[in-house]
Design a protein around this ligand. Sequence first.
Ligand code: SF4
Length: 196
Amino acid sequence: MTDLPTAISACTLCADRFAATATAHSPRPVVWFRPGARLLIAGQAPGMRVHKSGRPFDDPSGDRLRDWLGLSREVFYDTSRVAIVPMAFCFPGYDAKGSDLPPPPICRRTWHDQVMQALRDVPLKVVIGGYAQKYHLGTRAGVTDTVHGWRDHLPGTIPLPHPSWRNTAWLKRNPWFETDLLPDLRRRIDEVMTDG
Ligand code: SF4
């Protein structure tokens, strides 16, 4: 029987959908998890750069995220400790205006419950952006309200905004994120990594 990461890596369900985007690319699932991880990073979908490298958050957003989490690249990419699971495993492509398309819902429907079952023992989840927050927290609130209410989801889950440069102004408008949330997040990550 094929294991789950191998099955997802071979998935081509969105081939026609991706071929019809402005980028006309083929599926390339970026699968980065195995059972036993101590931290789950739940995100949205790979961008073009990650599509090419095959390594999640291998871009300036990833540098900012590692800084937020207080993790070195070595630990961040150690699948025995960190699982990285976006709402779509493949780059969804750009629309005609060059904006990122949303994660195809078929990916969530096909894979996510199985992946979360495989990762059911993970002690801490970091949930990034609106699509992942809707799935993992069941919220329909906007990202700012969800992240502002981060204490509501403790101790097992902490919502974050996307670490994109596009959110630099958001960070300036919400100084509590760096003064209150991040120190607490780093302390919890230290704890789960040490306990494991
Ligand atoms: S996005 Fe998900 S469902 Fe679509 S091809 Fe990639 S792995 Fe398959």
